[in-house]
Design a protein. Sequence first.
Length: 339
Amino acid sequence: MSTTPPVISCRNVWKLFGADPAGYLKSMTPGKSYEDIHADGYIAGVKDVSIEVYEGEMLVIMGLSGSGKSTLVRCFSRLHEITGGTIEVEGQDIMSLSEKELIELRRNKMGMVFQSFGLLPHRTVLDNVAFPLEMRGQDKHERRERALEVVKLVGLEGREEYFPRELSGGQQQRVGIARSLAIEPDIWFLDEPFSALDPLIRREMQDEFLRLQNMLNKTIVFITHDFDEALRLADRIAIMKNGAVEQCDTPDQIVLHPATEYVRKFTEEIDKARVVHAGVLADANLKGDGEAVDAKTTVHDLARLLVNDTRDVIPVVKDGASIGGMKRQVALDVLLGDS
C-alpha cells in the first residue's frame, strides 16, 4: 500500500467481553472459533485482527450489525481497552500512554464523528463547531476564526447563528463534521455518519465528504454497513464478521477476488463494471497498439469502446505513462458479468 510507515498499526488485537477476558485469552486454545468462545461465556468483539492504515488513506470498515467494526475503531482510539495485541499510532504504543497523554492524543490528533449528531441544542452552529477548541482552552478570537473557516468549508456559511433544531438532518451532520475538523485532526474516525440520513441527502453528504477529502487528504477510518457506500468512498475496504477481518483490499480486488464465501455474498449483487478500473486489469507484460485508456477509468465507462473495438489488447496509461495492456476479452467478461 505504501513505502512509508503506517499511521495506525494494529497487530493481533483482541477485545473480549466477559468475567476475566485477559485470563481467558491467556489460557485460550489457539484457533478457537467465535462460537466456541461464546459458548465459554465470552464475546469476541475483536478477534485477532491485524491491519494497518496509511497516511492520506481512507480505510472503510464494513460488516453487518454486531460484526465488530465499531468496537475495532474504538480500540484504535483506546475508547476500548484491548485484551491482547498491540496498537500503535504514529509508531507509539497507545496502550502505554498515561490518561493525560491519551487525552492529548485525542484532542490534538484525532477527530471523531458518530451516527448521532451529538450537537449541543442550546448552542448555535458556530458555538457547536468551536466547542472542542473551547475545551482545549484556545483563545476566543482564534476559535471563532477557526470555526468560521470550517463552517464555510462544509457549506454552512450563512447559518452560523442557527440552532440545531433549525437545521435539516444533513445540515446537522455537516455541523458534526465541521466540529471534528475544527481541531485539524491528522486522523479522522467516522462511525456510520450518514446512516440516519435519507438516501438523497446521504448521497449528497458522500459527495461532500469526497470533496473534503480531496482538499484535506486526511487519514480516515470510516465505518459503514452499506457496501455501495464502502465501494464509493474507500481506498481499501476491510470486511468484518464475528470480530474478525474476512478480507482487506481495494474495492477492485474485493469484487474481482472475494477471499471467502461471506465476502462473495457481499459482492454478488454489485455491478463489477462500475467498480473495476482499467489499471487493475492491465498486464505489465502486454502493450497493445493504438489509443490508450486511462488506468482510473472504470470498465463501465469503457463499455462503448470495448464493444466496438477490435483490438485484443488495449494499452493502459497512468499519469501519462504506460503500465501495460488490458485484454479486451477480460474487460468484456467484467462488463457482461462473466468474470
